[in-house]
Ligand binder design. Structure first.
Ligand code: AVI
Length: 317
């Protein structure tokens, strides 16, 4: 008989994935679970932090290079974005393009997608907005715009590809290539390797927002997967792993303790780590090698003067 109370399980996939990760060695949790409503709000706050350079640097590169990016893409393109397109980046891109034929945002959250698409349709009545509610890891049937389109450009900003391990990143690039088709392209934001002090500060911010974002994983397990984690008994850590070329985030057990997930006991040693995220940072040559392995060539790179971040235009080989 279990002698503790826990919230009922409302998310079986989360429970299965969390149990697999927390009973494995070393312990881990998948980073895709960061983004519930609270996590998405915390991530928005992260993007505004003084230490978190990627968002503002990508926007600055865009501002400086939009004309060139738009010329590269050319007229009447069909833009496909992985993500729900609620942001400023897609607006800037759509405004700069020559008569874009359509914009297809793809997101797993149908509600958020519909909300953002309605908003965009009101702002850009001359662009066909065709939201597609789907898991972008699955096979996709893209909607056909009414207007003729000259090419398909897959847009993947924010260096989100950096959260995929290299093998998955390669497979995902190959997938984007297939979606773009023969005369299409991929426009992607990629974070670059730099002084580890800058990287460590970006993921260990002084306001503690990244720590809240990381700990929210445990709050989510408590709310949705029958967890009873004591959030005060875990702390946040982000480290630069130079061998991997990645920032790695962990939750660290502050003492020896037991927690439960849907009744299953989980033991944590004092100082034991739960791996929660990889954020790979690439060199320009390292990323070119990865894209080549996926059958794509880097045909143009835009960076900021300090080479903190890059926007890259990839075309089928
Ligand atoms: C979404 N992704 C690109 C972010 C990153 O920088 O890897 C997620 C993040 N994790 C901590 N801070 C931001």
């Amino acid at each position: 008989m279990l002698d503790f109370q826990h919230a009922p399980v409302s998310n079986l996939e989360l429970l299965d994935d969390a149990l697999a990760g927390l009973t494995g060695q070393p312990k881990s949790l998948p980073c895709k679970y960061f983004y519930d409503a609270t996590g998405a709000k915390l991530f928005e706050q992260i993007c505004e932090l003084p230490e978190y350079y990627p968002t503002r640097t990508e926007l600055a590169i865009m501002a400086a290079s939009l004309g060139e990016i738009a010329r590269r893409i050319g007229p009447q393109a069909r833009i496909v974005e992985f993500g729900s397109g609620e942001g400023i980046k897609i607006r800037r891109l759509l405004e700069a393009l020559d008569r874009p034929a359509a914009y297809i945002p793809i997101d797993i959250s149908a509600e958020q997608l519909a909300l953002n698409a309605t908003q965009l349709a009101a702002e850009y009545p001359y662009i066909e907005i065709l939201p597609l509610a789907a898991d972008y890891h699955a096979d996709l049937q893209l909607p056909k715009p009414q207007a003729d389109y000259h090419s398909t450009v897959v847009y993947f900003p924010g260096s989100t590809l950096g959260n995929f391990p290299p093998a998955e990143a390669r497979a995902f690039l190959a997938r984007m290539k297939r979606i773009a088709g023969e005369n299409g392209a991929v426009l992607i934001g990629i974070d670059l390797q730099k002084d580890p002090a800058i990287l460590k500060a970006a993921y260990n911010d002084s306001a503690g927002i990244t720590a809240q974002f990381n700990l929210n994983l445990l709050a989510r397990l408590n709310a949705e997967a029958g967890g009873d984690f004591n959030l005060d008994a875990f702390s946040h850590l982000a480290e630069w792993n130079s061998a991997e070329g990645a920032i790695e985030m962990f939750l660290i057990s502050q003492r020896e303790q037991q927690a439960h997930l849907n009744g299953q006991p989980l033991q944590f040693a004092a100082g034991e780590r739960i791996h929660t995220e990889h954020s790979y940072k690439y060199t320009l040559s390292g990323f070119a090698k990865l894209t080549a392995e996926a059958g794509l060539t880097v045909s143009q790179v835009w960076t900021d003067p300090e080479e903190l971040f890059s926007i890259q235009y990839l075309e089928p080989e």
